[in-house]
Structure formats: structure tokens, C-alpha cells
Write a protein that binds this ligand. Structure first.
Ligand code: SIN
Length: 280
């Protein structure tokens, strides 16, 4: 099988065919896939039929595994791999749709994961797309005055922001011991591999901006989010069976869509993350 790469939109997303991650990757394919990921931010590897253990081993072509915070979703026989499912419920019985609402993953870590990977195991007949926005393109399109205003700002990230419209599933007691109470990250971060600057915000995790009144901070964050989520910065991924999608948390926001019938349809994916650097 020869590796073929084709871009999926002008600014975000590239599709790879001719890869089987259950087998060792040759050095050239590994280098091309890693480069495609950094250049296009969403790498879609088609036609993967992988067990959880094969996924755990195969993703290490792209980096080291990052321990996910909420261990209640870990697969018992392969805990590095978690699952996402539309069949889970909050303790009060309401349905839990993981990932609905724009965010970047685990930004409440000192060194948040560079990438998240999802492998489609079962998909609804239609709907359930993942939407991405390219925060580097959004940063570059900001007026110079806004770039100057946000250049040195730092935001406080926590597990669950008091301002978030979306409620996360609570952490297990063991996980609470490992997750920091709060971390500060720049609102403009520079990608350690491409050198591009991005807006780095997270509506579910940012509680405050250092040195800024709460109302001003919320206005600024809302303005940045409305700008970044304009259609011109979006790539919408329509899942196909066997898709393994790896996205770059350093320069994207993403969200899941719960726009399908949860009684009759199942959306179930494996999820794993890769270690990243401290945002600078
Ligand atoms: C996530 O936010 O990690 C999940 C995205 C999705 O399910 O499409």
C-alpha cells in the first residue's frame, strides 16, 4: 500500500489512505504523516480496523500517550484508551453528549495534550460530525489592535469553568488528586513545530484572565470566540466507518454534534491523547 495524502479544505484537514496502523510504519510514511498533521492540523487516516491495543500501539508513531483526566471512561482492559458514547448519562439521568460546545482538550494541564485521536467504532446513520475551527487562521485575521491587546494576556484554566454553559462529567476521586486546581496559559500561543501563532482560549475551562475584571474578560473571550467560529475558519468532519482522526489541540477548537436520534442511534468512538508542551 502506498501512502496517499489529499487536503480536505483550504486551511484545515488532510486525508491519508494506504496506511494500516496495526502494522509498523516505514520511516518515510511516518515522517510524511507527522508533517501533514502539523501543516493541516486535522489528519484523517481512513479505513482503520484496530483493536484498542493496536490503536494504543499505533498512535505512538505520532507521540507519547497523555494520561486522560477522567478515568471513568477508560477501557478496563486497555486503560490508555477511553471511549466516547452517546449512551452515557449524568448522575441525574440526563443524557451526556461528550464534547458538545467548542473547546480544546485538557487545557487545565500544565502541558496540555498536543493531539487527540478518535477512532470511529460505531456511527449514527447521519449527523454526529465533529467541527473544527482553525485558531491560527483566526489569529492572523484579527485586527492589529486586537493582536496588541491580547499579546501578553494569560488565562486561568480549571477543570470546569464557572462560566461554561456545558457541564462536564465529574472527576473520580483518584483523578481529582492528579489534576491541578488551576493553571495559567497565554491567550496567544506559538505552535512549537510550525511557529504559527494561535488564539488559545477554551470556553469550558477558562475561569478568568489575569489582571482583568470579570466582565471585561468575558466580553473579550466572547468576542474572540465569535470571531474564531466564523464559517471561514471552520472545517467540518463527516465521519466514515474506519476513520481515525487526529487533531492538533494547540491551534484548533473542536466540538461534537449531538444532532441525531439518541434512542435509536449509537455514536461510539475510542479516544486517546498525545503529550504536548507547556504553551508559550
Ligand atoms: C471531543 O471533544 O473530544 C469529542 C469530539 C467528538 O466526539 O466529535
Amino acid at each position: 500500500m502506498a501512502l496517499e495524502l489529499s487536503p480536505l479544505s483550504e486551511h484545515t484537514g488532510i486525508e491519508a489512505r494506504g496506511v494500516d496502523l496495526s502494522q509498523p510504519l516505514d520511516a518515510d510514511s511516518k515522517e510524511r504523516l507527522n508533517r501533514a498533521f502539523v501543516e493541516h492540523s486535522v489528519l484523517v487516516i481512513r479505513d482503520q480496523t484496530l483493536s484498542a491495543a493496536e490503536l494504543r500501539d499505533g498512535v505512538q508513531n505520532f507521540g507519547e500517550i497523555f494520561p486522560q483526566h477522567n478515568t471513568r471512561f477508560a477501557l478496563p482492559d486497555c486503560p490508555e484508551i477511553h471511549y466516547l458514547s452517546n449512551k452515557d448519562r449524568y448522575p441525574d439521568g440526563t443524557r451526556y453528549i461528550p464534547g458538545a460546545g467548542y473547546h480544546t482538550d485538557h487545557s487545565n494541564s500544565e502541558t496540555p495534550p498536543k493531539a487527540t485521536l478518535l477512532l470511529a467504532i460505531e456511527l449514527p446513520d447521519s449527523g454526529g460530525d465533529t467541527q473544527y475551527v482553525n485558531m491560527a487562521a483566526a489569529y492572523e485575521a484579527l485586527p492589529d489592535a486586537t493582536k496588541d491587546r491580547i499579546a501578553d494576556l494569560k488565562a486561568m484554566h480549571v477543570y470546569q469553568s464557572k462560566h461554561s454553559a456545558r457541564k462536564l462529567m465529574g472527576l473520580t476521586d483518584a483523578a481529582k488528586q492528579k489534576v491541578p486546581d488551576a493553571v495559567y496559559h497565554p491567550i496567544v500561543r506559538t505552535h512549537p513545530e510550525s511557529g504559527r501563532k494561535s488564539i488559545y482560549i477554551n470556553p469550558i475551562r477558562i475561569d478568568a484572565i489575569e489582571g482583568m475584571a470579570e466582565a471585561d474578560a468575558l466580553d473579550l473571550l466572547n468576542d474572540l470566540l465569535s470571531h474564531a467560529t466564523e464559517a471561514r475558519f471552520q472545517y467540518r468532519h463527516k465521519w466514515q466507518p474506519g476513520d481515525l482522526v487526529m487533531w492538533d489541540n494547540r491551534c484548533l477548537l473542536h466540538k461534537a454534534n449531538g444532532d441525531y436520534d439518541h434512542e435509536t442511534q449509537t455514536r461510539y468512538l475510542y479516544r486517546v491523547m498525545l503529550q504536548g508542551d507547556r504553551p508559550v
